[in-house]
Every structure is written in structure tokens, then in C-alpha cells.
Ligand binder design. Structure first.
Ligand SMILES: *[C@@H]1O[C@H](CO)[C@@H](O)[C@H](O)[C@H]1NC(C)=O
Ligand SMILES: *[C@@H]1O[C@H](CO)[C@@H](O)[C@H](O)[C@H]1NC(C)=O
Ligand SMILES: *[C@@H]1O[C@H](CO)[C@@H](O)[C@H](O)[C@H]1NC(C)=O
Length: 444
């Protein structure tokens, strides 16, 4: 048993941090055994090395969010996009990415096992490492990564076609895209590790949810609440797949401003995330649940000056001794992955502040200039694009000539779109934007 465990763990470190797994609720639900290493460590514990199993615990994971451990304690769990899952039971949290291996362009997900993950009590005092194995085997899944060596070439026919096809939004040419490697364009839109293969849909809005949401104002914008702006300035991630870090920082920045009536106006460091967080894959991508939520709770965020943005992967160079700003209570809106919908999102935005969301970026979105975006379904023949999941921040909502929209902060600089923002159709789960919103609550 031990030998097997150690071999598995060694092979894990080698594959960590490239392309993600692709696991679903069906794959993960069921009976698991967690193999846990020694406890008593603090959060500096390196789980890519620490591995020797000293105890085991079994867990039954029931769809969608109830877990029962071997002693009958009931708790909570959720899958985290298609990347892995988190379990909270008997005062401890367990999170690990699902196991995957990559050879060349072929990625294989083994959804019945996890990588080496982290287990700690809910107050972050007592850390251990663990990995999980499901009692019943799940057939491995493979997919081929699309590798494009092409350079981006502005396609005027495509842009004209978008503008002819519909009147809700306007497309434009962005000269700075010209000649960029498609890999960089992919990174801007989320990065290869941010793909959410397979679909999760927004949950149906119940009658009670609709009734509560109907009491909210028809439009609301955190950039202007009775003349005050609670949203931090727009930034530019450049060609690193760090949108998830920017969306996560932006959510915490805005919520701190809201909670302190703008007396604390931090700008947090996405570079700290890119270089130092093991809950994401640096410039290859990552997800707000794990960063704006879990990392902010477990490790805290530092200010920009503590590790200024370079947009490149590297060794962790965050200055020691910087103040860490924590948040807590992170969750998918609705409670678990797949429970989110438009009404719940609107309530969370109005009541608590901006929420981090993900949506599928397709070729037309790159050319957005103004208006209320929806996917036209048109293809850009010159710049074929692999769909990626782009993380951004919803800061408000409204309605224009009967068309409902979200107001969304992007991280492609202030010259993109409507001063760095875009509006996108609301109420139709456009490109999945109402299916995976995340919030967390800064401790101020
Ligand atoms: C998003 O893209 C993924 C991957 O191509 C696809 O499986 C999923 O159905 C898409 N979801 C939506 C809502 O467009
Ligand atoms: C991911 O898994 C889902 C569900 O098993 C499957 O439908 C989808 O094709 C997979 N996507 C990729 C890219 O492997
Ligand atoms: C919040 O700040 C504004 C502007 O400085 C001020 O007018 C207002 O009274 C403050 N609100 C509270 C509740 O302190």
C-alpha cells in the first residue's frame, strides 16, 4: 500500500501544472478513500513532497453537495469546475486537483484519483497532505490539445460580418492583436489550463428566487452608487493567462472598498498568484474559486507593490513580511458548482458586491468595442480559436431597450471595449456566464 502511494505521489509532481483534468459530477460522486499524511504542519507544508500516508478516511460523496464520512458526519462538497473537488466535513477541508497526465498534445484525465492535495482544519491551523482514490474505477478520458503556430491576422470580412449580422454590439479592429501568436491570444482569454470542457448550465430560477430578485432595483452599478465608485481601476493582464488572478483580485479590491466606504483602496498583486499559488497554474491559467476564494482564505492576498506585475511565470518573489489580506466564506453563488443563476447572481452583486464569473470566449468577442455582447455564431476563418474560459468581474446590471445586460470588468486594459468594460446579455446564460459565479468576503 505504502509503495503504491509513494510512487503515485512522485509521478504527480512531474505532471502538475500544465493542462487541466476534465472531470464531472458523475465521475466524482461516489465512495472515496483519502490517504492522509502526518498532521501538525503549518501552511508552508509542501504537498508536492510530503507524502507518507499515516491515516485513511473514507467519504461518500452524494450528488450534488452532501458528503458523509465513515463515522456518519455530514458535510459539504462541490466539484471545482472540471478540475477537482473540495470536501468540508468534521471541521476539516480537503482539496485536490483530479489526476491528469499529459504526453505531447494528449491529455488523459483519471477522474477516480486525485493529485496530491491539501487537508487542513477550517481555521487553517493544522495542515496535512492527502490524495484520494475512488472505490469504483472511472474510465480514463483523453483529449488532444490544439497546438496552433499561427499568428493573429485581423480579418476585416469577419468584423464587417459581425456588424452586419446584428445591431446589439459593435465590433472593431484592435491593431495591437496583429501578428500576435495565437497562443498569446489563447492566454488572454483564459489560458490552456482554464478550459471547462463539457457543459454546466445555469440552474433554473425558482419562483422564490425570482420573487426576491424582483425586489431589487432594475439597474445597479458599483462604479456609481449615489456618485461613489467602489471598483478599482481596470488593468491589463497582457499575454499571460492570468485573467483568473485579475478577476479574483478585482473582486476582493471592490469588496474591501464597499465594506470600508472607500477608506481602504488596495490593489492586490496578481503576480503573487502567478508565481506563488499552487492552487493555480500561473500563466497557463486557473480559476477564481481557488484564488479569489480559497487562496485568499488560506494564504491571503498581498498588495501590488509587494510583487509588481510582470505577466511572466517565475519563482515566487513576493517580498517577505508583506501584510496579507484575507477573505473568507468563498462559494459558488447558489452554494455548489452548477447551482448559480441570474437571480442569485443579481442578489449577490447588489447585496455583497461584484462577483467573479467565467464564460466561453469565442472569436467574435476579441473584437468587441461597445454595446451588449452576445455570441454571433460567426467564425473567423483566419484565426480559428479553441474555446477557453475567461474569468472576469460582474460589477452591475441593467437593461437597455428591453435587452438585459451584465456590466463586466475585463482585464485587457482601458482601451479595450467600453473603457475596459463590456456589457453582455443577461438572463440567457450567455456562453455560460450565469453558471459559475464565485464570491468571497474580505475580512477588513
Ligand atoms: C463552452 O465551451 C465548452 C468547450 O468547448 C463546451 O463544452 C460548452 O458547452 C460551452 N458552454 C457554453 C454555455 O457555451
Ligand atoms: C470532458 O468530459 C465530458 C463529460 O465526460 C465530455 O462530454 C467531453 O467531451 C470531454 N471534453 C474533452 C475536451 O475531453
Ligand atoms: C461614506 O463616504 C462618503 C464620502 O466620503 C460620506 O459622504 C458618507 O457619509 C460615508 N458613509 C458612511 C456610512 O460613513
Amino acid at each position: 500500500m505504502f509503495t503504491i502511494a509513494i510512487i503515485t505521489l512522485l509521478s504527480l509532481t512531474a505532471v502538475f501544472g500544465d493542462t487541466p483534468a476534465n472531470c464531472t459530477y458523475e465521475d466524482i460522486s461516489g465512495k472515496w478513500t483519502f490517504f492522509v499524511s502526518s498532521r501538525g504542519h503549518d501552511k508552508t507544508l509542501d504537498c508536492s513532497k510530503n507524502s507518507k500516508t499515516v491515516s485513511q478516511i473514507s467519504m461518500n460523496l452524494y450528488f450534488p453537495d452532501v458528503v458523509v464520512d465513515e463515522f456518519g458526519n455530514k458535510g459539504f462538497w462541490t466539484i471545482i469546475y472540471n478540475q477537482g473537488f473540495e470536501v468540508v466535513v468534521a471541521g476539516r477541508k480537503y482539496f485536490a486537483f483530479s489526476l491528469f497526465k499529459q504526453s505531447g498534445v494528449t491529455v488523459t484525465s483519471m477522474c477516480d484519483q486525485t493529485m496530491n492535495g491539501w487537508s487542513h482544519d477550517i481555521y487553517d491551523r493544522d495542515w496535512a497532505c492527502y490524495y484520494g482514490k475512488k472505490a469504483t474505477a472511472v474510465p480514463p478520458k483523453t483529449y488532444q490539445k490544439v497546438k496552433s503556430e499561427r499568428l493573429f491576422k485581423s480579418n476585416y470580412d469577419f468584423i464587417n460580418a459581425i456588424n452586419k449580422h446584428q445591431k446589439s454590439w459593435t465590433a472593431t479592429v484592435y491593431p495591437d492583436y496583429e501578428g500576435k501568436p495565437m497562443k498569446e491570444m489563447l492566454n488572454r482569454a483564459g489560458g490552456p489550463a482554464s478550459q471547462v470542457h463539457g457543459s454546466i448550465k445555469a440552474a433554473p430560477v425558482t419562483w422564490e428566487q425570482q420573487r426576491s430578485a424582483d425586489t431589487l432595483p432594475d439597474q445597479f452599478d458599483w462604479r456609481n452608487v449615489e456618485g461613489s465608485n467602489y471598483v478599482s481601476p481596470v488593468r491589463n493582464q497582457e499575454s499571460c493567462g492570468s485573467c483568473f488572478a485579475f478577476a479574483s483580485m478585482a473582486m476582493n479590491e471592490a469588496r474591501v472598498r464597499i465594506m470600508t466606504n472607500n477608506s481602504q483602496q488596495y490593489v492586490f498583486s496578481p503576480q503573487d498568484i502567478v508565481e506563488c499559488s499552487e492552487y493555480s497554474q500561473g500563466c497557463e491559467g486557473g480559476f477564481p474559486y481557488l484564488i479569489g476564494g480559497k487562496y485568499a482564505e488560506d494564504f491571503g492576498l498581498v498588495e501590488e507593490s509587494c510583487n509588481p506585475y510582470t505577466g511572466k511565470d517565475g519563482e515566487c518573489s513576493t517580498k517577505p513580511g508583506c501584510t496579507r489580506h484575507y477573505s473568507t466564506g468563498y462559494q459558488y453563488i447558489g452554494g455548489f458548482y452548477g447551482a448559480c443563476n441570474e437571480a442569485l447572481m443579481r442578489m449577490a452583486v447588489f447585496k455583497n458586491g461584484p462577483v467573479a464569473v467565467g464564460f466561453n470566449v469565442t472569436e467574435d468577442f476579441f473584437h468587441y468595442k461597445s454595446g451588449i455582447y452576445h455570441h454571433t455564431g460567426l467564425d473567423d476563418r483566419y484565426n480559428p480559436f479553441e474555446v477557453t474560459n475567461h474569468a472576469v468581474l460582474v460589477v452591475g446590471y441593467g437593461e437597455d431597450n428591453g435587452e438585459k445586460f451584465w456590466i463586466v470588468k475585463n482585464s485587457w486594459g482601458g482601451d479595450w471595449g467600453e473603457q475596459g468594460y463590456f456589457r453582455i446579455r443577461r438572463g440567457t446564460d450567455e456562453l455560460g456566464i450565469e453558471s459559475m459565479a464565485v464570491q468571497s468576503f474580505p475580512i477588513v
